[in-house]
Design a binder for this molecule. Structure first.
Ligand code: ZN
Length: 163
């Protein structure tokens, strides 16, 4: 599976609202594999959303196991049509993005989320996630609505170049 090109800000395709995944099966699995490989090819990629490779679909991949920020996590997650059902608490943390290279900023997010999604077979699942993994899931779901972390930084003063 080839590593795909990651779209970078200010590409307009990053600002579109993505469409629901309606077809499950081999073609979706192939796309998810490409997403995962593209995520792993980037430095420190812990999540990626389909619109970042120009696919206008509500599909994300999250894997926080390799993060330097240890957290309780669910390992590798493939999520189609993810939706945050419940939120609890608040946390402020540093974020970066494969589509906004070289920049990091402080972003407020819900600390704990209950998120439902379709697995690759189209079966609805729900998990509870907290801490860094919950942050990554919220960041990736934002991509499906054309939102970048730079829209959510607590202050543009916290937006700094990555060293
Ligand atoms: Zn991102």
């Amino acid at each position: 599976m080839p590593v795909r090109e990651i779209l970078k800000q200010p590409d307009d395709r990053l600002r579109q609202k993505a469409d629901a995944v309606l077809t499950f099966g081999a073609s979706l699995e192939a796309l998810v594999e490409e997403l995962e490989e593209t995520m792993r090819a980037g430095t420190g990629g812990v999540g990626i959303a389909a619109p970042q490779i120009g696919e206008k679909l509500r599909l994300i991949v999250v894997d926080c196991r390799a993060s330097l920020r240890p957290c309780k996590n669910h390992g590798l997650l493939y999520m189609a049509n993810p939706f945050v059902d419940e939120i609890d608490g608040e946390s402020l943390g540093r974020e970066g993005c494969l589509s906004v290279p070289d920049w990091v900023g402080m972003v407020p997010r819900a600390k704990t989320i209950r998120v439902s999604f379709d697995d690759l077979l189209g079966n609805r699942q729900q998990i509870e996630s907290t801490g860094f993994e919950a942050r990554v899931i919220q960041h990736e779901i934002d991509h499906l609505d054309g939102i970048l972390f730079t829209d959510r930084v607590i202050s543009t003063k916290t937006l700094v170049r990555r060293l």
